[in-house]
Design a protein around this ligand. Structure first.
Ligand code: NOJ
Length: 547
């Protein structure tokens, strides 16, 4: 029997450094600020932090445009601060997982500066250049993920360079072995500093074949990841999680299958994409489809039951706040619905991730005007989507429902000015709810969200059935209730959750019936889940017994 890898029993927590805690009053969160809040994270019980990028960057995409992989952006601190963060986290049994953003660099990276300096520069081929089309326009119609052409003309050489994101984020040419070798060396330097792993930005894009216009799941993808494994990961006890918007369960098995020599897990987004409009994507808000969501999560659980490993998440820095998207963020139900969503997610099989502020039930912000958003994606898309026929008000509603700035408003620590995030002026205004919704208030509240997350994490740490138990979906077509069973040996853990703001009656299928110990609940404890149940609004309960 092989030992369970540490990252299968750990819970991850994402820190978006810009918005977590500002130590020096410049309005931007920083690394010393994160160090000052490590006890909050240790108390929660998480095993590792996924730290969004803190590298040197002109911040065209808030750090996802890196100009030096071996330097820290001054706005976030120094390399000494980073070393201190790694050490202080380690002293609390928390690993630091860095963001690996290597599909592209910043256009201000020295590599790109060299590459663009002349057609014959040795680094020219480190990026992707093509001659203009016969009319002088871009070589083809490929579009950037943020909207607009994926090609920008470089006036110096008269060639276009390729960028799947903003024009300030030129894509690296992964086909060049020198590029790959440089990236492996950089990863190894970070491992030698003591980090616990990498979250890999848009990793499904690195194997692209530009001329065939294949960008996701390209022909070289898995060869490169296997090479990465041989050159950097093999023999190291680290966690790797690849961001893969395109991945379905079969792809996930390719990335994470135990004999593949690739990654620990991927972030899979089918549940997110399911909530987007077929025509206008995230920019047209759609109501939650609970049955659809359950189907997707269940399918992933079943597909990765014997091999591979799931990540589990509701939210991150690119997504809306979980309680606003999937729960009920009205004052009556915010706390309980946040706790119910946590229960549903954390008792599944996989490694759960908490996005900063989720553990205190932070909500979306209402932005009054498009100009109030900071995000490059929202700003780029407003003219594009309105030209495609989406009304300006509908765009604003979509950006408020699904836009990335919801997750990026500063962490709400307490009821002081700017929620205790900064003594200066925050780079993005604090959500006005902060006087009621903040970490200090939540942690003091018997109905609080934090203590529920903490209890869920400690269940995962204590009970092997939460880590390894076989997953059996229940009542997939029920429009109100999410239910499943986990089984290990003769033990059965049944989780039932009413994910609506009204009471519902639910008949539990016999394969889920259990009598035993109430592990956790958002309402009145029960030790019996059997027959017909009357569930309170947002009641989520888990009972452990025998089969
Ligand atoms: C995915 C990241 O999560 C997002 O924030 C970023 O804009 C793109 N990748 C480009 O790096």
């Amino acid at each position: 029997m092989s030992r369970t890898p540490w990252w299968q029993s750990a819970v991850g927590y994402q820190v978006y450094p810009r918005s977590f805690c500002d130590s020096n009053g410049d309005g931007v969160g920083d690394i010393p600020g994160i160090v000052s809040k490590l006890d909050h994270l240790a108390d929660l019980g998480i095993g590792f932090v996924w730290l969004s990028p803190v590298y040197a960057s002109p911040m065209a995409d808030n750090g996802y445009d890196i100009s030096d992989y071996d330097a820290i952006a001054p706005v976030f601190g120094t390399m000494d601060d980073m070393d201190r963060l790694i050490a202080e986290a380690r002293a609390r049994d928390i690993g630091i997982v860095m963001d690996l953003v290597v599909n592209h660099t910043s256009d201000e990276h020295a590599w790109f500066q060299a590459a663009r300096s002349s057609l014959v520069d040795p680094k020219r081929d480190w990026y992707i250049w093509r001659d203009p089309d016969s009319d002088g326009g871009p070589p083809d119609d490929q579009q950037s993920v943020f909207g607009g052409p994926a090609w920008t003309l470089d006036p110096v050489s008269g060639q276009y360079y390729f960028h799947l994101f903003n024009r300030k984020q030129p894509d690296l040419n992964w086909e060049n072995p020198e590029v790959r070798a440089e990236i492996w060396a950089m990863m190894n330097r970070w491992f030698d500093r003591g980090i616990a792993g990498f979250r890999m930005d848009v990793i499904d894009l690195i194997g692209k074949d530009i001329d065939a216009e294949i960008t996701t799941n390209g022909p070289h993808l898995h060869d490169y990841i296997q090479e990465m494994h041989r050159e950097t990961l093999a023999g190291r006890d680290v966690v790797t999680v690849g961001e893969a918007w395109s991945a379905g369960p079969d792809d996930a098995l390719l990335y994470t299958g135990r004999d593949r020599g690739e990654l620990s897990m991927v972030f899979q987004f089918s549940h997110v994409l399911q909530g987007w409009d077929p025509e206008f994507g995230k920019w047209r808000a759609r109501p939650r489809d609970l049955v659809g969501l359950k189907r997707l999560f269940n399918a992933w659980q079943l597909a990765l039951a014997e091999d591979g490993w799931n990540s589990l998440f509701w939210s991150n820095h690119d997504l809306p706040r979980a309680v606003s998207k999937y729960g009920d963020d009205s004052p009556a139900w915010r706390r309980r619905s946040a706790r119910a969503l946590a229960t549903v997610l954390h008792l599944m099989k996989g490694t759960p991730y908490i996005y900063q502020g989720e553990e205190i039930g932070m909500t979306n912000t209402a932005f009054a005007r498009v100009e109030d958003f900071d995000d490059v994606e929202i700003r780029t898309n407003f003219p594009i989507q309105t030209a495609r026929g989406l009304g300006a008000d509908a765009f604003l509603a979509g950006a408020n429902a699904n836009g990335r700035d919801n997750a990026r408003t500063p962490m709400q620590w307490d009821a002081r000015a700017h929620a205790g995030f900064t003594s200066g002026t925050p780079w993005l205004p604090v959500n006005p709810t902060f006087d009621k919704i903040n970490a200090a208030a939540d942690r003091a509240d018997p109905e609080g969200v934090f203590r529920h997350y903490k209890a869920l994490i400690s269940l995962r740490n204590k009970l092997d059935i939460v880590i390894d138990g076989r997953f059996v979906p229940l009542a997939e077509d029920d429009p109100n209730v999410w239910a499943y069973v986990r089984e290990l040996g003769t033990r059965r853990l049944t989780m039932v959750a009413n994910l609506t703001s009204a009471p519902v009656a639910f008949s539990i299928p016999t394969e889920g019936a259990v009598t035993g110990t109430c592990l956790i609940t958002t309402a009145t404890p029960r030790d019996r889940l059997r027959g017909k149940l009357d569930l309170a609004p947002w009641e989520a309960v888990a009972v452990l017994g025998t089969t």
